[in-house]
Structures are given as C-alpha cells and as structure tokens.
Design a protein around this ligand. Structure first.
Ligand SMILES: Nc1nc2c(ncn2[C@@H]2O[C@H](COP(=O)(O)OP(=O)(O)OP(=O)(O)O)[C@@H](O)[C@H]2O)c(=O)[nH]1
Ligand SMILES: [Mg+2]
Length: 454
C-alpha cells in the first residue's frame, strides 16, 4: 500500500447525475486545503470540527465551482483517525471533477481502492474482519446478507476469534504444566483436562464452520441454472421470475443461444439466475457453442431448474443425460400447466422433485420459489454468526485441524513441546482474523477489492 503521509482524495459516492455527491479527503493537509478554497456563506462563520458549514468552493482564480456543505473531522475522531474533510456538492460529473482537480493541484493524491478503510485499519480504528465487513455490507445482495454483514461489522467474527484465542491460551498454560512432568510419568488428570478443553473448543468450531455454505450463498448469491430442451419455456421462466422481459421469447426452438445471467432476490435469498440455450444437437455453430456453455455451467452451480414442456406427449429428461452431478440438486419444472389438465400431473414420473408451473400465467411460481428455498435452509435471521468469507473459513478450519493433531498427539503421548506447537500455530492463525498477523501482500489483496473512495 501507498504512503499514509499523503493527503488523499476520492469521490465517496457513485459519480453521475444525482442530488448530492460526497468527496472525501484524508491526511495531514486536508483541513488546510479546505480552508484555502471554501468560503462560508455566513459572514464571520468559521469551520468547526464535526459541524457542517454551508459555503462555496472556489477555484484558484476565485471562480465559484459549487455551493456545498463542508465538514472537517479533526484527528483522531474520524474514520481514518486522520484529519478528514467531506464536501457535499451537487452530484454532477464536472462539478466533482473540478473539485478533485482543485485539491490535486494543491497536492492531494487520488486515493487507491479501499485506501480510506486501509488507513482506518492501520490506525487501529477497525480490525481486519471489520474492514472486510464494510466491503461485505456494500456488496450485500439481500436484506439477510446485509444483516449478516452488519453483525460482522459489529464485531461478531472478532468476538469469536477472541473467545477462541482466550481458550487456547488457557490450554497453552495447561500444556506448559504438562511439560513440567518427567517424560516417563504420564499425568492422566492433566491429559483428561486437556482433552476435554480441546474438545470444547472443537465443539465451538464445528457449528461455526458448518455455516460457511449458507454464508457463501448469502454473500455471492445462489447460482441457479435454467436448463432444458428448446422451446420448453426457459426464457419465459427467467422473465417471469425477473418481472420483466429480459430474454427474447419466441415459438422458434433455439431462440436463446448464449447464456443470460441476472440477479434477483427469492424470498430472503440473493440469486444469480442463468438462462441457457435449449439442449439439442444443432448444426448452427453459435447455438452449439451456447449448448456447450450450458453444459459446462451445469457442473458449477448450486441448483438446476430443469424445465420440461408438460403439454407434450412425453416429458422426459433424456437431453440431460450425463449432465447432472450427484452433489448439485435438481428441481424438474413442468411448464405450460395452462395447457394440460391437473389429472395429467399424476402421470409425471421423475427421479427428482418436480413442480408444475405456467410461465405464461404465473401458476405454480410460488410453489417453485418455496421448493427452491427449501433446498437451501439459510437462516432468515440468526443470532449466531455466519461465516461468509473464505479467508475466515480457512483460518477456523486450520485451527480445528491443529486441535485435532494436538488431540492425536496427546493420545500418542508425543512430547509436550510438539503438542504445544499445534496450540501456538492455532493462536497465530486466529491473529490473522483481526489482522494482527497478516502479511502485507494479503492486506493489499483484501483492500484492493474495495471501491475507490471507501
Ligand atoms: N401456453 C404456454 N406457453 C408457454 C409457456 N411458457 C412458454 N411458452 C411459450 O413457449 C414458447 C417458447 O418459450 P421460450 O421461453 O422462448 O422457450 P425456451 O425454452 O427459452 O426456448 P429456447 O430459447 O429456444 O431454448 C414461446 O412461444 C412461449 O410463449 C407456458 O407456460 N404456457
Ligand atoms: Mg430461451
């Protein structure tokens, strides 16, 4: 990361036409620069820390750029713990650009992605897990995802890491006591105490680790692939779920030739929905490529909706042969229910669960949504923490594996020094959650995922 001696600047809001844009400046010269270009409207008004003041930003030739509200937050009572200035101007690309250029001419540097948060982290304002939670909250794709991110921002992951660290510290002390005994004399009381202490830590870790799949779904969205033969109504289903005509629908088989991906929220689940080219052998090179892509996608999704046309004489899954993977759930969607009678429903025979719908009238769509939600029992609101970050999952999994090695070593009566190593490695791994023991390149990688201005 770059020097934190610089005063940095960036737009904190999305650039474009809107009511207000916020420009954020952080660093030792932030306040000085503001004073040189900001003229308070009220005669005699002076800028006070943490108080918004109305005035005009003028350029170096005293030409007004915009009427703004400006605030400076004196260090350390700011997000970065440096002097921070925020300018609330009208949201117009050219107004924002002129203000950025004005401060750049005074010596400010345009901030890198995530650099404000990086400074907050470096100055101890937040820890690494909380910094990651900010990115998670900004990215959240559903109310539940936002709530989980908020729990992380409030420190739930840090609290778990701290609790585990304290427990490991106690175990380390017990190991030290165990070390004091002569090697040929095994103290069974100590061994039993150690075993039960380690077991109780593993009992904390297991339920936490098991939340990761749900967390990944909340974070990245559930990927759902719509597959089926041509003309069965795959694109119609996508459009119905989206609520608007995104994909072209015609009665010509082979209408969709590439895949179409859109984000929606199903109940409390964020979803990435992918419509694909109908599965058939085609001489058309474009369509064949589309079919190939659909087949490849089928290996790497969370759920497949396999659509069949229920109004046809035969509704089989023949075209799907060899496509379904054992670990990926499939729901058969029997479409065009408006064209067949309910009595026909009893004739459908599929190895997978099926739901009858009409993508034309909307019949059965609620039942389909319920079937999807049932496949993925992501907690609606949870008091216990959910792991959403692969980095956190890997760390907690490493802690567990160190503890298992420790237990095995204890049973095998390995020397205490070797056993202690596992506990210290686990403690150092936990330090990576909060960022105490994280190498610079890992930090850069984490903060580069942020947007500029955050
Ligand atoms: N009656 C009826 N017609 C439907 C229904 N769903 C789709 N259709 C019609 O079926 C035809 C094909 O629909 P699409 O949604 O384009 O089918 P597709 O599976 O995406 O087809 P390809 O892109 O060619 O693979 C269109 O004429 C739709 O209007 C339904 O539930 N009932
Ligand atoms: Mg289609």
């Amino acid at each position: 990361m770059l020097s934190s001696e610089d005063t940095i600047i960036a737009p904190a809001t999305a650039v474009g036409i809107g009511a207000i844009a916020i420009i954020r400046i952080s660093g030792p010269k932030a306040f000085e620069h503001l004073k040189s270009c900001f003229k308070p409207t009220r005669i005699g008004a002076t800028l006070k820390s943490h108080v918004l003041t109305y005035g005009t930003i003028v350029n170096a030739r005293a030409i007004p750029i915009d009427h703004v509200m400006a605030v400076y937050m004196q260090a350390p009572a700011s997000f970065t713990r440096e002097d921070v200035v925020e300018i609330h101007c009208h949201s117009n690309t050219y107004v924002v650009r002129q203000i950025l250029e004005l401060f750049a001419a005074m010596g400010c540097r345009l901030a890198e992605a995530g650099e404000f948060t990086y400074r907050a982290f470096m100055h101890g304002r937040i820890d690494l897990a909380e910094a990651e939670a900010i990115a998670e909250l900004i990215d959240a794709g559903s109310v539940t995802s936002a709530r989980v991110a908020m729990q992380h921002l409030e420190g739930s992951i840090t609290a778990i890491a701290t609790q585990l660290h304290d427990q490991l510290l106690q175990i380390a002390a017990q190991v030290e006591a165990y070390l004091d005994f002569p090697e040929d004399e095994v103290d069974y009381i100590h061994v039993n105490t150690l075993t039960s202490s380690v077991d109780s830590v593993i009992a904390l870790l297991d339920p936490l680790l098991s939340t990761f799949y749900a967390g990944k779904v909340l974070r990245e969205g559930l990927s759902i692939l719509i597959l089926g033969e041509p003309n069965v109504g795959k694109s119609s289903l996508l459009n119905y779920l989206l609520g608007y005509d995104r994909a072209i629908v015609t009665d010509i088989p082979g209408t969709t030739r590439d895949f179409i991906e859109e984000r929606i929220t199903l109940g409390h689940l964020p979803v990435r929905l992918v419509d694909t080219a109908g599965l058939r052998k085609s001489k058309d090179i474009i369509e064949q490529t589309g079919v190939q892509r659909a087949k490849e996608k089928a290996k790497d999704v969370d759920l497949i909706l396999y659509v069949v046309d229920g109004s046809q004489e035969q509704s089989s899954l023949k075209a799907a042969e060899g496509l379904f993977q054992a670990e990926i759930p499939v729901i058969v969607v029997v479409n065009k229910a408006d064209k067949f009678t309910e009595s026909k429903t009893g004739n459908f025979e599929f190895a997978q669960p099926f739901v009858c719908i009409s993508a034309l009238t909307g019949f059965g769509i609620d039942a389909l949504k319920q079937a999807i939600e049932q496949e993925f029992s992501v907690p609606k609101a949870s008091n216990s923490s959910i792991l959403t970050e692969k980095r956190h999952f890997d760390i907690f999994a490493q802690v567990k594996s160190e503890l298992i090695s420790f237990s095995q070593g204890l049973s095998a009566q390995l020397p205490g020094e070797l056993l202690a190593c596992h506990i210290y490695t686990a403690m150092s791994a936990l330090g990576r959650i909060t960022g105490e023991t994280v190498p610079e390149d890992v930090l850069s990688q984490i903060f580069s995922k942020f947007c500029v201005g955050k």
